[in-house]
Design a protein around this ligand. Structure first.
Ligand code: ZN
Length: 143
């Protein structure tokens, strides 16, 4: 599978191709737009992924929704901005402005390991190929 596939961009703007669950070898997640059957539980219960607007096929991305940005998306975005220095809302802005193809191209550059051109995992900050630490990820703060 191509890690920079258009179908790997989730409705919320998340690039599933750089997700820990997608990159791992065991119990690999096919991405939020993939089949539910072989998906880890956390993805199945995602409120955004299960939003009925997607299931009715009305919209493909959150910004097309009347409720955009809803609380679910805002919470997710805040969590990712704080912990992983990545913003779903920013991604969605890019997709809205330049289109999905251009966004995916930008993602390819953004998450390429400077050492081996492998994929940098957004959750661990490590390159998936050479395992080099690229991004410093903040430790989760207990509330
Ligand atoms: Zn690398």
């Amino acid at each position: 599978m191509n890690a920079y596939d258009i179908s790997l961009i989730a409705p919320c703007g998340m690039n599933c191709g750089i997700c820990m669950a997608y990159l791992r070898d065991k119990n690999k997640c096919p991405g939020c737009r993939g089949c539910d059957a072989d998906k880890p539980k956390t993805r199945i219960i995602c409120k955004i992924k299960n939003c009925r607007n997607f299931h009715k096929g009305k919209i493909r991305y959150c910004f097309e929704c009347k409720k955009f940005p809803c609380d679910n998306l805002k919470h997710l975005d805040k969590r990712y901005r704080t912990r992983y220095h990545m913003s779903m809302m920013e991604n969605l802005e890019h997709i809205k402005e330049s289109g999905i193809r251009k966004f995916v191209k930008q993602e390819k550059v953004r998450w390429a390991c400077p050492v081996c051109k492998g994929i940098i995992c957004v959750h661990t900050g490590h390159c998936h190929s050479c395992r080099k630490k690229i991004i410093r990820i903040e430790k989760s703060r207990k509330k």
